[in-house]
Design a protein around this ligand. Structure first.
Ligand code: PHE
Length: 347
């Protein structure tokens, strides 16, 4: 025990109370600064005799060292606490679930199309693609539509403000039927002069456009055209092919189809194809799914083929309708709204 003990205790208490490095520096000044209590003690040595100075000096020095040691210990303690805080703030919670990257999915119409292509592919049909901006000739004239046919009117067909080489307005194709002519022409050209020509057997799915908009009609919609032309292709082939297709598409072997007389300028005779589910919510109701018919001789001619030799059938089905039935969608417009909550169901 000596008279410097209270000073030492005060220093330790002051350092312990300092909560930040800045407060600690303030406390240090009160003991070791220019007019700090230790410094005052040292100054007081001047008044002592050499002997007293020696003994008192040693005492003060020992106290000073202890104050410095206490100061350093507190400095270290504060630095550790600060580091601890920082680590805590920057800590990663590795138990949190990660943010998964969203995966996209195919649009239900695309899925339906791929399905249709796969089924007809398995029956030996080629898949063709063609322009959506068409000439008047391919959309109408080549398909035997007379000049005054109502389908050509502005009320039914979108026209593009641009003309083709013959000075006729271009249009957004109102059906995929122009692909019958485009594909058959290319095929006929390829085998011109050959002794025999392999059958034309193709489907052409794609976008089509009409001035029409409600719960079951969209101004942009999808069709798949089918065409099989050869030397001996008949309506019974159409029935077999279509029945096989529609049963595969809906995975229903008991699905029925019927042909209902109809009219298209490019087929003769013409028929609507209706289908009926044998089970499920729509069982027992005839649903119209396709136009069809035997390709008109004038259309065969427009393909660059001899109608005395070649004959076949064509059909055009609405893909959106098929997709609605397959996926149980009530409003056609949902397909084209771009609402991810709707689309994500098909992933
Ligand atoms: N193109 C017709 C339509 O859009 C469908 C059809 C195609 C009919 C082929 C007969 C043959 O309504």
């Amino acid at each position: 025990m000596n008279d410097l003990d209270p000073l030492l205790q005060d220093a330790r208490a002051a350092f312990a109370q300092a909560a930040t490095p800045a407060e600690l520096e303030d406390a240090k000044a009160r003991f070791l600064g220019k007019s700090g209590r230790i410094t005052e003690q040292l100054k007081a040595l001047a008044a002592l005799s050499p002997e007293e100075k020696k003994a008192r000096g040693a005492l003060i020095n020992s106290a000073k060292q202890q104050v410095e040691a206490a100061l350093n210990a507190r400095r270290e303690g504060l630095a550790n606490a600060e580091l601890e805080l920082q680590l805590k703030a920057e800590a990663l919670d590795v138990s949190l679930p990660g943010r998964a990257r969203g995966t996209g999915g195919l649009h239900p119409i695309t899925r339906a199309m791929e399905r249709i292509e796969a089924i007809f592919g398995s029956m030996g049909f080629d898949v063709a693609d063609g322009p959506e901006i068409e000439t008047d000739w391919y959309s109408f004239t080549s398909l035997n539509n007379p000049e005054n046919h109502p389908a050509r009117s502005m009320q039914d067909t979108f026209y593009v403000d641009m003309k083709d080489a013959e000075g006729r307005w271009l249009n957004l194709r109102p059906h995929t039927s122009p692909m019958q002519i485009r594909y058959a022409q290319a095929h006929a050209k390829k085998y011109a002069g050959a002794a025999t020509m392999p059958d034309i057997r193709v489907i052409a799915p794609g976008r089509t456009y009409r001035v029409d908009s409600d719960a079951t009609h969209s101004p942009m919609f999808h069709q798949v055209e089918g065409l099989w032309v050869g030397e001996n292709i008949s309506f019974k082939d159409l029935k077999a092919v279509y029945l096989n297709f529609i049963r595969s598409f809906f995975e229903a072997d008991d699905l029925q189809i019927r042909f209902r007389p109809s009219y298209f300028p490019f087929t003769e005779p013409s028929a609507e194809i209706d289908m009926m589910f044998a089970s499920g919510p729509l069982r027992g109701r005839w649903l119209e799914v396709s136009g069809s018919g035997q390709v008109h001789p004038q259309v065969i001619r427009n393909m660059g083929l001899d109608p005395e030799r070649y004959i076949g059938f064509a059909f055009g089905s609405g893909i959106d309708r098929l997709a609605m039935l397959r996926y149980g969608v009530g409003d056609l417009r949902q397909f084209f709204d771009g609402d991810l909550r709707f689309l994500a169901q098909f992933k």
